[in-house]
Design a protein around this ligand. Sequence first.
Ligand SMILES: [Zn+2]
Length: 245
Amino acid sequence: MPYTSTKAFVLGVMPLKEQDKLVHLLTADRGILKAMAPGSLKVRNRFGALFELFTEGDFVYYWREEKELITISKGEILNSYFFTVSRPENIFYFYLVAEVLLKFVPFQHKDKRVYRLLHTILENGAGGIEMDMLLLYFLIWILRIEGMMFNPWNCANCFRKKIDEAWLKNDFRGILCRSCKTNEQLFLNKEDLSYIRWTRENTPKDCALWQDKIDPAHLIRIFKRKIEYHGEFALKSSLYLEEFR
Ligand SMILES: [Zn+2]
């Protein structure tokens, strides 16, 4: 049986059968992998805290040609973000990040930027950046990586450039200027548009710049709806966030 190892983030764990867990791993160069961790539900098991949400580990695994599931034989923790992820004020934001990754990123998608994005979010979360700003940054970037972010500069109808107020099209695939809009409801003001453009070239480390300029909850709701629209699913973990109450 072929063996290999990979660096990966744990995206989620569920019981598989009797004593085994099903683990979803986000790897840097092989996309998302579904893995079985045999014996991991036993009280004493060789994996310890390896499978906490968003632990970054080095995983050794093998597979059989005919099977979709890989099997993890061992692993070690490279970075634990447990302290940051499990804080009561953070945990539901991270559940939503995990749900978006699992539902929205195709398993075969091997874009390294997804891995780097998650790493950036976790590092900045550990560094004390506000979680709502990190979630917003994450949603915008995951759309960009998956090729579904609209152009935040130009009207999608008349192509007027650098507009400073916009209405998001009802199919979420572009923005319209005041002359082109009809019944669209989702409004983006000048600062919202500037922020979206800013994320392209900047890391969330500097997002304090935007603190009193944008309403992150408003933008989080828009981009969550956009992801749900394109993915044709509902993001259940958003129910627990104050942004959606
Ligand atoms: Zn227009």
